[in-house]
Write a protein that binds this ligand. Structure first.
Ligand SMILES: *Cc1c(COP(=O)(O)O)cnc(C)c1O
Length: 408
């Protein structure tokens, strides 16, 4: 029987259109997703330069041991949502460690960063309010702004003047959402100026520091520690636990009552199963390890410097990033995909990032560095990128990442 497809929803033509635009995505089956090396199906070893395991904790044996022991003691699942019967002492202890680590009164666990952002925006803004976001924010923040039902606008990347003008004429309660470290560009948000603008216009500022926390600042306090900002400047902080901390989950940290309000109102907190308590046990150990081992931050930062200096010497078009996220800007989607494939042949896994994840004309290789990498691997990677972008006969095309206008 032929499938009954309503007009306009034919998946075949939608997929063909994506294919024609060079935007079809493919999953790669990867056995060990993190750490310095991984094994492809087919048996070939490649070095992974596209994981967010910045501190090399996802393959840390002490954490795996802690995780296994906790699973044997506590089982594999939480059995329910936090407000029914799923809130285990292990969750509570992790929240307390996260509050302490971030210097906040309280932290609330969410199952993923995506859900933390949806929950936060929908709990704190609604019809009649205004949500303003940097246009290069992570998709989960942008979706959160839309889903909140508030008047939603994006301002040009890192443009605090444009943000201020929008705040001036914004009706209702005002919520400003931004990445701390931008996930596809690696640059840091201008938080001191943003927080001053929010204070002037009585707007609430929330920073999603998924790529900064654990990595930046002397103790890994993230973008805020790097910039010397605290709860007075940034009242709400979102962190994720599946990147630098090598585990899974996310949290929002802030002032006591604000967090209590999220607990009461955030639907992505209330209506979902709590993370397994064994995950919470392992994650707490990961946060403590990240804090106690500054050598991991120093090592990844040294590798960032090494990558940038070699890539710059080789004439590769880098972005202005000092974080472990190092884009190599290639322009068209086909160029990024071809370079990624050529790198795989040379033994390196590097993701090609295309629209709609990044603006048109700014397709790129997104290299991410980890404390688990070796110096010689970084050196070889730069050589392989040079070979991969010049193998196609043309020098690397340079397209600036970032704003292509105010489309708020
Ligand atoms: C990865 C990421 C998220 C989503 O976190 P998950 O825990 O993977 O759902 C949210 N915000 C930013 C900026 C991210 O990079």
């Amino acid at each position: 029987m032929p499938p009954a497809t309503p007009p306009g929803t034919d998946p075949g033509s939608a997929l063909a259109a994506l294919g024609a635009a060079g935007l079809l995505r493919h999953r790669r089956v990867v056995r060990t997703a993190v750490g310095d090396r991984l094994e492809q199906v087919g048996g070939r070893e490649v070095v992974n330069f596209c994981s967010n395991d910045y501190l090399g904790l996802a393959r840390e044996p002490r954490l795996a041991e802690r995780f296994a022991r906790a699973a044997r003691e506590l089982g594999t699942g939480s059995g329910a949502s936090h407000l029914v019967s799923g809130h285990h002492p292990a969750h509570h202890a992790l929240e307390e460690v996260l509050a302490d680590y971030t210097g906040r009164e309280r932290a609330l666990l969410f199952s993923t960063g995506y859900m933390a952002n949806l929950g936060l925006a929908c709990a704190l803004a609604g019809r009649g309010d205004t949500v303003l976001e940097d246009r290069l924010n992570h998709a989960s923040l942008l979706d959160a702004g839309l889903l909140s039902g508030a008047r939603f606008a994006r301002f040009p990347h890192a443009d605090v003047g444009a943000l201020s003008r929008r705040l001036e004429r914004a009706p209702g309660r005002k919520l400003v959402l931004t990445d701390g470290v931008f996930s596809m560009d690696g640059d840091v948000a201008p938080l001191p100026a943003m927080s001053a603008a929010c204070a002037r216009h009585a707007a609430l500022l929330a920073v999603d520091d998924a790529h900064g926390l654990g990595v930046l600042g002397p103790t890994g306090g993230g973008t805020l520690e790097l910039l010397g900002l605290g709860p007075a400047e940034v009242p709400l902080l979102v962190g994720t636990l599946g990147k630098a901390f090598g585990c899974f989950g996310a949290f929002v940290a802030g002032e006591r009552d604000m967090i209590e309000l999220l607990l009461q109102r955030a639907r992505t907190y209330i209506y979902t199963t709590a993370m397994p308590p064994a995950v919470a046990v392992a994650t707490r150990a990961a946060v403590e390890l990240a804090r106690a081992e500054p050598w991991r931050r120093e090592r990844v930062q040294a590798l960032v410097g090494r990558f940038r200096s070699r890539a710059t010497d080789a004439g590769l078009p880098l972005a202005d990033s000092q974080t472990p996220i190092q884009p190599v800007l290639l322009g068209e989607p086909a160029a990024a995909v071809a370079a990624s494939e050529a790198l795989l042949e040379r033994g390196f896994l590097v993701a090609a990032i295309r629209p709609p994840t990044v603006p048109r004309g700014s397709s790129r290789l997104r290299v991410t560095l980890s404390a688990a990498h070796e110096e010689h691997e970084v050196d070889r990677l730069v050589e392989a990128i040079v070979e991969s972008v010049t193998a196609r006969g043309a020098p690397p095309g340079h397209a600036p990442a970032g704003s292509d206008g105010d489309d708020g």
